[in-house]
Design a protein around this ligand. Structure first.
Ligand SMILES: Cc1ncc(COP(=O)(O)O)c(C=O)c1O
Length: 364
């Protein structure tokens, strides 16, 4: 029946997927792409060779399935994270999106609910619904912060099976204090996932939920190599949790889900963690420069502990987004009225964004 154009409506699609929209951050080949919170600095030359050598060695055995338990990589992550963690407390997958999906497959699913404080990472509801579970959105204060008492009360009322705490939060950049995590854990019976995708951009003395893991078997802390590590294209995310949680994830993963090439590349990159993370301070400096300049331009940047800045005071976000696009600069309209989000890039990219925005002058 070649040539017949079929639409989703013609397919026996799951009823709960009808009418949903896939993740769709625009991927446009513009000179300055600051829309998906990547690290815009390439992998440093001094380590690229070693990573390439490791990938080349893995290629010699590519006729065989990879280590299903990705042992070397899990040991690497345990070393990197510290906090006395061992490899049996570590899981990894193709991006933290897949890590989160594994958690939802094991602990959410049909008849269950997952919860997060909106606005938060747009993939949480999509991943939740993908497993057949229901998404429940809580709310934040006007400045997007959460207090322990309010967060605990909302979670207690919703009684979810899985709770997402994005720390710091995407798309707002808002820090999350450890007392909120403790309060939510105590108020819940479900799995509490603290998504620390941007943790490396927080102040050095900021706490991490990793310190809360001992004695909390329902707590999961996820991380990614996509941001600070400048490794988004390799697709590597990971988490730390009780070994029993890791056993639960083995029930839902595909066998050999992490390719030998991915394992080799990520393990080699981790060996060079300090160099791979070498641009973090520079990115934080550009983030703070963005905030200061936006403020001077009469926009309202929100406090950010990440590699991006959400700013309010934008009269017409789609128009400003388009005007920047027309000047070769891609940022993100995350759907929060009066707001846009921009990733901190290199100094030159950041300058290009700030100069272009100043020339548009659309602060309300
Ligand atoms: C809060 C948060 N978690 C997870 C991810 C997913 O990252 P990845 O799948 O590349 O590890 C992102 C990506 O933007 C994010 O912002």
């Amino acid at each position: 029946m070649g040539g017949v154009i079929v639409s989703l409506a013609d397919l026996p699609l799951r009823a709960d997927l009808r009418g949903q929209t896939p993740y769709g951050a625009p991927q446009a080949a513009l000179p300055v792409a600051l829309n998906v919170n990547e690290n815009t600095h390439p992998v440093p030359d001094e380590v690229a060779g070693d990573i390439l050598d490791s990938v080349a060695r893995a290629l010699r055995d590519i006729n065989r399935y990879p280590d299903r338990e990705f042992t070397a990589l899990r040991e690497g992550f345990a070393d990197y994270l510290g906090h006395g963690l061992t490899a049996d407390q570590i899981w990894a997958a193709n991006g933290s999106n897949e890590v989160l999906q594994h958690v939802l497959q094991a602990f959410a699913g049909p008849g269950r609910t997952a919860f997060g404080f909106a606005p938060t990472y747009s993939m949480y509801p999509l991943l939740t619904r993908g497993t057949g579970a229901t998404w429940v959105a809580g709310h934040r204060a006007h400045d997007f912060t959460l207090t322990p008492a309010d967060a605990a009360a909302q979670v207690e009322e919703a009684g979810p099976d899985v709770i997402f705490l994005c720390a710091p939060n995407n798309p707002t950049g808002t820090p999350l204090t450890l007392d909120v995590i403790e309060a939510v854990y105590d108020a819940s019976h479900g799995i509490v996932i603290v998504d620390e995708a941007y943790a490396e951009f927080a102040p050095r003395d900021a706490g991490t939920a990793l310190s809360l893991l001992p004695g909390r078997e329902r707590l999961v802390v996820s991380r990614t190599m996509s941001k600070a590590f400048a490794f988004a294209g390799a697709r590597v995310g990971y988490l730390a949790a009780d070994p029993a949680v890791i056993d639960a994830l083995r029930l839902v993963r595909l066998p050999y889900h992490l390719s030998a090439l991915t394992q080799a590349a990520a393990t080699a990159a981790l060996r060079h963690a300090p160099v791979m993370l070498g641009m973090v301070d520079e990115i934080v400096a550009q983030r703070d420069r963005i905030s200061a300049t936006l403020d001077a331009l009469a926009y309202h940047p929100h406090e950010s502990w990440t590699n991006f800045v959400l700013f309010g005071g934008v009269e017409d976000p789609p128009a400003t987004w388009q005007a920047l696009y027309d000047r070769g600069i891609l940022i993100r309209d995350v759907g929060i009225p009066g707001h846009l989000r921009v990733t901190a890039g290199t100094e030159a990219e950041t300058t290009a964004f700030l100069d272009a925005l100043a020339s548009i002058d659309s602060a309300s």
